[in-house]
Design a binder for this molecule. Structure first.
Ligand SMILES: Cc1cc2nc3c(=O)[nH]c(=O)nc-3n(C[C@H](O)[C@H](O)[C@H](O)COP(=O)(O)OP(=O)(O)OC[C@H]3O[C@@H](n4cnc5c(N)ncnc54)[C@H](O)[C@@H]3O)c2cc1C
Length: 357
């Protein structure tokens, strides 16, 4: 995000917090800048960089700070390996970073005492929520799920108090906003391009997931003996979406190992019935494993809803509070966060309420 230099201006310096980069001189648009690198997450206006009014946008003179290639490798490797070690045994693993999984992660992340790993097989998190129906752009959200959008700060068109729904101009606005908030939380780690290939099950209880690089998972038929890795978790949230190549994988595995008898599959479209049912039926389907989002319709045989997304958000929130309850943490479902109806108040629950309760 390049800030164009006009009059004396504050500029963003997105350099990492590192002894190599603190308190140094730099160049921006060919100008000498004296940077005191701000804490991550601060806005540019807090970052003490200034440019004179006569600045020229001169990319011929633009130079990045030098770096040794091996430093790039070490920074990535050390962080990723540290994350893998941290989450080898974690509180909650969410499988699937679609709208339901991300809503769940967002809600869980409010409790700083809970560690969350998201496993997403795609390189690009977001699932089916980058577009509305028929690959159109707008995302329809039925009230009162718009309160979740208010909390996230996602703008929408609202025809007024009498209207039953709101419309986000582009579905990607919702998905990019919630992604950016989830990724900024220190207690959440997204492992994308990683698939959950299987579940860890001990004495009838789901106790984690079996993971592998998604590209490896897709090639088990072409190579042999590409053993996976594991993540133990006190709670697994399965938000793998409706059936498809990488859909409903959590509940399909439950059936193949005999922990559930039947997966009826989602029924024909009925928006009104479907969304309420998804929220109502979001639950711990077997000990240790909560199912949320469209995967609920697969295991419960409830109606599909088509391109309306409020149920994914509220189902994800409910899954988060079910997980908090299972972890013995303050949650909205057993009243420890207050007396408001969960579907109404989850979105507006303050993080301090969770932390303080
Ligand atoms: C063809 C198509 C049909 C649709 N039909 C409907 C419909 O009938 N009703 C409806 O409401 N919406 C439908 N949608 C819209 C939209 O996909 C969903 O409503 C919404 O995205 C579901 O949210 P979700 O979070 O439950 O699942 P998704 O958005 O599908 O997210 C699931 C995520 O889990 C990941 N995942 C799955 N398995 C694994 C695994 N083993 N390991 C790691 N990651 C995994 C997937 O990559 C994906 O990112 C459809 C979309 C498409 C493209």
């Amino acid at each position: 995000m390049a800030a164009m230099a006009t009059a004396t201006a504050s500029l963003s310096s997105a350099k990492p917090r590192s002894p190599f980069f603190d308190h140094h001189s730099s160049t921006f648009h060919g100008l000498s800048l004296h940077s005191h690198v701000a804490a991550a997450g601060r806005s540019p206006r807090h970052q003490g960089l200034s440019v004179s009014a006569s600045s020229k946008y001169d990319l011929e003179a633009f130079r990045f700070e030098p770096i040794k290639e091996s430093i790039v490798s070490r920074e990535m490797t050390r962080r990723y390996m540290t994350d893998m070690i941290t989450h080898a045994d974690t509180d909650v693993v969410i499988v699937g970073a679609g709208s339901a999984g991300l809503s769940c992660a967002y809600e869980l992340s409010k409790d700083p005492g809970v560690r969350v790993a998201i496993v997403e097989q795609s390189v690009s998190p977001g699932g089916g929520a980058w577009l509305g129906g028929q690959l159109f752009s707008a995302m329809v959200v039925r009230k009162p799920a718009h309160r979740f959008l208010d909390e996230l700060g996602v703008e929408y068109d609202d025809a007024g108090a009498e209207a039953s729904y709101v419309v986000i101009r582009h579905a990607a606005l919702f998905t990019s906003t919630i992604l950016s908030k989830v990724l900024a939380r220190p207690n959440v780690k997204l492992f994308n391009a990683v698939a959950a290939e299987d579940l860890i099950v001990r004495e009838g209880r789901v106790a984690g997931v079996v993971t592998n690089w998604a590209l490896v998972s897709l090639n088990h038929d072409t190579q042999s003996c590409m053993d996976p890795n594991v993540m133990e978790a006190r709670v697994v949230v399965s938000s793998c979406g409706h059936d498809g190549p990488f859909g409903a994988t959590g509940v399909k595995r439950l059936r193949s190992i005999g922990l559930v008898d039947n997966i009826p599959g989602m029924k024909a479209l009925d928006m009104n019935a479907a969304e309420d049912a998804i929220v109502r039926l979001t639950r711990e389907v077997v000990p240790g494993m909560i199912v949320t989002g469209m995967e609920v319709a697969e295991i419960e045989g409830s109606a599909r809803m088509g391109p309306t997304f409020g149920a994914m958000m509220i189902s994800g929130q409910k899954a988060a509070h079910l997980a908090l309850k299972a972890l013995g943490r303050p949650n909205a479902l057993d009243g420890s966060l207050g007396s408001l109806h969960p579907e109404m108040m989850l979105a507006s629950a303050e993080s301090s309420d969770v932390a303080d309760a």
